[in-house]
Design a protein around this ligand. Structure first.
Ligand SMILES: [Zn+2]
Length: 470
């Protein structure tokens, strides 16, 4: 007997629109077909989706919940509040990151991070393995990470001052080891020495938030992206470029695709919706993130690239700090906790900038939030699609909703929003996680289920579906 039927909705997937009812049993989708009244009556519960698009729950491949970035400085959203905010925004799966301390090995860091998230998080989740202080003998651990359901690592080419930087040798060695083990290399690409040089040119009397953008201009990202693509090509690894912020980075990514390289990339709503002039206001430091917001030309260039199917995923890089935490910067851009909240507003923002303005098709928008990231990171078709056998992570999307962002009404524990007062189109009316109703009409359920750790599978670089529309 089915637990649930969703009737009367228009089902939108990355492959098209159709009218059908959905039957759910045991947390999974059983069928998509027009049901008779008798069949509907057999289910213990019926959800009326009339007037809504029925779409897959989003997979956000880049979030930072409950992250201690310095002693006494933990992100405003922990696993519980961050995942509640995600659900309210129609995101049912996230991939967070391990947070190795000191010389902790990747396997130990993975175990430690799972301990923090299990029993606290309300969306299904996976983890990317952050690699810092790389030791060549850890190459053996790449296969074990994959066996434990986490076949992706994350490196930074910047943050040398924090001890997180991977130099070219480390980057190459990690890529070689990951190629061997079938593990994806995610990269935050910014050239650290260039950042140091640009920072050195900033006068000590000019340390306001705008100088964050001056200290890491587009060339820092562009050079590091180009170098990473060259190294990835030499090693044959699947490289995933996170949070790309420049139009030229998108062009390099597109060029890599034309050469058939297994290289994917994501961009984020903040780079599509906001300009660096946000940094200029009296509260400009609130908008500090890394890489920084860019100018209008880059913003429009990224929108265009999205339209042209250059990106494989939209990710939020959700990393929330409260007003009070941001205020600790004391007027010096080098001390601002960098990061923006994003999971709760992401889908409405991209819907507003995309399908609502006819800049993206519904198919593209859905692909970028669901099937694209699910395929890249080894959880498709369990996640990222609506088809028999998939988890019943389902969003009833109200295309006609018009709403204004008010931080005080959001579920996130962060007390401000980068999109405050912005008028958005489209909103999740109802959200199901594995068939359980977790969000309805603006309210989260009282007794939210716990999210599960996802056993992600490794992907053969040659079989990566870099784009549904190729
Ligand atoms: Zn990040």
């Amino acid at each position: 007997m089915p637990d649930l039927t969703i009737i009367g909705g228009k089902i939108a997937s990355a492959h098209g629109l159709r009218r059908a009812d959905i039957t759910v049993a045991g947390g999974k989708i059983v069928s998509l077909a027009k049901l008779s009244r008798k069949q509907i009556a057999r289910a213990s519960k019926t959800v009326d989706a009339r007037g809504c698009l029925v779409i897959p729950g989003a997979v956000d491949p880049h979030v930072h919940f409950q992250l201690d970035i310095a002693p006494g400085l933990r992100t405003a959203d922990d696993f519980a509040t961050g995942s509640r905010a995600a659900l309210a925004g129609g995101i049912t799966t996230v991939i967070d990151y391990t947070a190795p301390t000191g010389q902790q090995s990747p396997l130990d860091a993975l175990a430690a991070r799972r301990k923090q998230a299990d029993g606290a998080i309300h969306v299904d989740y996976g983890l990317h393995n952050v690699l810092i202080n790389w030791k060549p003998q850890w190459a053996n651990q790449m296969d074990s990470l994959a066996l434990q359901g986490a076949p992706s690592v994350k490196l930074f080419t910047t943050y040398r001052d924090r001890g997180w930087q991977a130099n070219d040798v480390m980057l190459y060695q990690v890529m070689e080891a990951c190629r061997q083990a079938g593990v994806t290399v995610c990269l935050h690409a910014e050239n650290d020495s260039l950042i140091e040089m640009f920072a050195g040119r900033i006068s000590p009397t000019n340390l306001g938030a705008q100088s964050l953008a001056l200290s890491r201009p587009p060339i820092c990202e562009i050079e590091a992206v180009a170098r990473a693509i060259t190294l990835a090509e030499a090693t044959g690894v699947h490289l995933h470029l996170v949070h790309l912020s420049c139009a030229e980075s998108a062009r390099l990514l597109s060029n890599a695709h034309q050469r058939g390289l297994p290289i994917s990339g994501e961009t984020c709503p903040q780079f599509l919706a906001l300009d660096q002039n946000k940094l200029a206001g009296p509260q400009g430091h609130l908008w500090a993130c890394c890489p920084p917001l860019r100018d209008r030309k880059n913003r429009l260039g990224l929108q265009k690239a999205l339209q042209q199917n250059v990106f494989q995923a939209l990710a939020t890089d959700h990393c929330a700090f409260s007003h009070e935490q941001k205020d600790r910067w004391a007027g010096d851009y080098r001390h601002i906790p960098c990061g923006l909240p994003g999971v709760e507003t992401a889908r409405s923002l991209t819907y507003t900038l995309g399908p609502d303005q006819k800049k993206l098709s519904l198919k593209q928008w859905i692909w970028l939030h669901s099937e694209g990231p699910a395929r890249l990171f080894g959880i498709y078709p369990q996640k990222g699609c609506l088809q028999p056998g998939a988890d019943a992570d389902i969003v009833l999307w109200d295309q006609n909703a018009r709403w204004r962002v008010k931080a005080s009404r959001l579920a996130s524990a962060c007390d401000w929003s980068p999109y405050q007062n912005m008028q958005l189109s489209g909103r999740a009316r109802q959200v199901l996680l594995r068939g359980q109703e977790v969000f309805k009409d603006g309210k989260l359920g009282d007794d939210l289920p716990m999210g599960k750790y996802l056993q992600r599978r490794r992907q053969k670089p040659s079989q990566l579906a870099l784009n549904a529309f190729f």
